[in-house]
Design a protein around this ligand. Structure first.
Ligand code: SF4
Length: 97
């Protein structure tokens, strides 16, 4: 069989896959209202707790929005509600220093 034909089929199937992925990734934007997209996860869904997981805690997570002082509760870009700087959840992601 001609190698160039195999390459075309491979390229075509890759392009179809890329188009399919692009369509799938666009679906939430089409189906969800802006309010729904802005909604945060519940503490329960993210297994949030008010104590650290070793050295991992909200105060050194990239999603944490600090409160009025280092010890005050803040907010989170992922989890809804008041967030302790010493809390933790499964969405924890270390801040880049
Ligand atoms: S993602 Fe989780 S660990 Fe990070 S700030 Fe929010 S609640 Fe804390």
């Amino acid at each position: 069989m001609d190698d160039s034909r195999d390459n075309k089929i491979t390229r075509r199937s890759l392009l179809k896959s890329a188009a399919l992925l692009a369509g799938v990734s666009a679906v939430p934007g089409v189906l969800l209202s802006p309010e729904a997209q802005a909604a945060k996860a519940s503490k329960a869904a993210m297994q949030y707790r008010t104590h650290p997981n070793g050295k991992h805690e909200c105060s050194n997570c990239m999603h944490f929005i600090p409160g009025s002082s280092p010890s005050a509760n803040g907010k989170c870009t992922v989890v809804a509600g008041s967030i302790s700087p010493h809390g933790w959840c499964i969405a924890y992601a270390a801040k880049q220093s």
